[in-house]
Design a protein around this ligand. Sequence first.
Ligand SMILES: Nc1ncnc2c1ncn2[C@@H]1O[C@H](COP(=O)(O)O)[C@@H](OP(=O)(O)O)[C@H]1O
Ligand SMILES: [Mg+2]
Ligand SMILES: [Mg+2]
Ligand SMILES: [Mg+2]
Length: 308
Amino acid sequence: MAQSAPLILRLVASSITAVNRAGKIIRDIMNEGDLGIVEKGKNDLQTEADRSAQRCIVTSLSRQFPSVTIIGEEGPSNCEVPADWVVTDSDPQILQLTCPKELLDVKDHEVVIWVDPLDGTSEYTQGLLDHVTVLVGIAVGDRAVGGVIHQPYYNYKSASGDDVGRTLWGITGIGTGGFNPQLPPEGKRIITTTRSHSNTVVQAALDALQPDEILRVGGAGHKVMLLMEGKAHAYVFASAGCKRWDTCAPEAILVATGGCLTDMHGNKYCYNKDTCHQNVGGVLATAKGQDHGWYLRNLPDTVHQTLV
Ligand SMILES: Nc1ncnc2c1ncn2[C@@H]1O[C@H](COP(=O)(O)O)[C@@H](OP(=O)(O)O)[C@H]1O
Ligand SMILES: [Mg+2]
Ligand SMILES: [Mg+2]
Ligand SMILES: [Mg+2]
């Protein structure tokens, strides 16, 4: 059965088991208490959890899909991967789904897997654990068509053992799973944005949109989850700081719920293997039912002048 399922379903099914394993590694490293923090750049940290989770996911997926391009945030590593970090089983429910016609014949060479092994690193180091996610996005050609978001600390204050954490997925033309999509409240404008990478242009965009409330939280994955679960209407980040691995998985799931993600000029990001990694035009994402164009029209000139 597993081998006969279409490639896109096998990719998502295997990504689900890989992110679940990575989430356990992230919790174990925090429990052990030695985060091994390295500064990659200004306001840009990497921990042992980022490095280990990436090795788990990339090794697990490349064993099963050796001809598929995988691009991870933390770059290649030649350290040996412990055998119990390599998972090659698949989520059986995903393999049973009916694949839409346009995704039936996808070939290995058309696919890029974008891996953010730990999104919200800054918040992880500060103990804001529910902001942390693990992101695996699947692109076919230029488009993000599949995504998996694992939240390793979902429910961690009330649950114990195996009940901690959850995994959301979405596939274009099929739908979503692992959560209950909700619409944000009518008659209000709640905007979510960065809590650790703000600047004057990021703030100018927020001011111009006159939100009733601003939710400053960590992680691109976490912010898009707020849109899909009805907690915010838009995610506005007028900065070139996010990368393709931050947006591929969230975009695929958001679009499968009826939402939209573009740069600040309204252009879709491209996710093929030759694209640049930086989301140079910023990130504007809106929940299902929101007028994406309204946000684009009301951004201040300084945003268009600053972001290419
Ligand atoms: N100025 C910047 N420099 C480096 N990374 C940035 C950045 N602005 C945003 N990012 C990255 O974009 C993601 C979401 O940012 P934020 O939480 O501030 O909204 C984070 O991913 P990682 O945590 O995976 O590195 C963060 O590092
Ligand atoms: Mg990072
Ligand atoms: Mg990230
Ligand atoms: Mg990351």
